[in-house]
Design a protein around this ligand. Sequence first.
Ligand code: GLC
Length: 427
Amino acid sequence: MKFLKILFSLFSITFLISCSSKYKSKITFMVGGAPNEVAFWDKIIKEFEEQTGIEVEILKQPADTDQRRQSLVIALASKAEDPDVFLMDVIWIAQFSRSNWLEPLNKYLKMSSLSLDIFFKNVVNEVDTYKGKIIALPVYIDGGILYYRKDLLKKFGIQQPPQTWNELINYSLKVQNFMRKKIPNFYGFVWQGAQYEGLICNFLEIASSNNGGVVFNNRKIILDSPQNIKALELLRAFIHHYKISPPNTFTEMKEEETRIYFQKGYALFERNWPYAWILHQKDDSPVKNKIGIAPLPHFKNGKIASTLGGWHIGISRYSDHKEESWKFVEFILSYNIQKKLALNLGWNPGRKDVYEDKELLRTLPHFKKLKHIFNNLIPRPNLPYYPLISETMQRYINASLANKLTPQEALKLAEKEINFMIKRYEE
Ligand code: GLC
């Protein structure tokens, strides 16, 4: 009996050793996104594991940026060792760096072949630098764009995508009246109106396209301006007056809901980020080869505006595997992987050099157009308490879309509440 026990223990030890010897060490990577994006990370990670012998466990998150932030904040605020490395929305970085949750990357960069010169200088300076230290690096850059049905515009004799919001309304009404005979729930324009961060991106775009915006000046936010009121009125009118946007716009529409609606062939125009292109163009997509992209429309005397979004990679200050995590950062930002992310997910690389890649431009010719649209990117306020500002704006703007407050009431109340909060933070 004793002999059997010893034999069994020996077996277990050998088994354990052989299991753990495949990898030198293990890191945890927290990431979310649309289902196809999360699935693609599994592939990328396998490649990294094979190349380096470092195992990566993915802690998967949903697509909604606010939910992604919450799960990360819980881990970082409790100084947990995991996750070691993660993606951050551009709007969280100020909060994360002020909270001292991010490992400065300068000492790793010094010994690395990765040079800061390959990134967009203004992005690195304005977003990824805190107190003179690099605390994150851009994985991809986002901007809001207009997707449109080329085939339907042509059918109705419309020469080019709308340049003004009035044109968008007119084209929408014309096409949707006809299309509803066959598809009763066909709508002119789908966009993100649910109560979450995406709504702020949509609001910022339309407000800026009317020469308004989310202005932060002298420690005060200005929201209640005639330009912004007009912009919010228009967003509301899309749903309730012109009825060119579905009634669930303010209850349900986030990126994926919008993308799926348009992809099914139920809408003429869609506001979304560049990731939707690859999915719309998939073989089983009903809109394959029927779509185009354009800058978002603007008010008559306004200008083209697109919200600056995107995701950056950083290492936790509490990570117990910082060297290995840096290897992972280097890998994700390598030319090869940045190109793969662009080709497979339609992401706009954080590195400049990939934009010149011949294969990339051949496979995704719309990248050239995106470059032009990306000249008009508008940032959201880069403040450590931005999530609180956004949360308040989301509540009031969404209430106005739900017809519970007029646009002026909503913006006035949001401005008052936010300025009260800023005062406490800045004291
Ligand atoms: C995209 C953008 C991000 C933005 C989010 C809003 O993920 O990259 O910056 O905050 O959408 O839903």
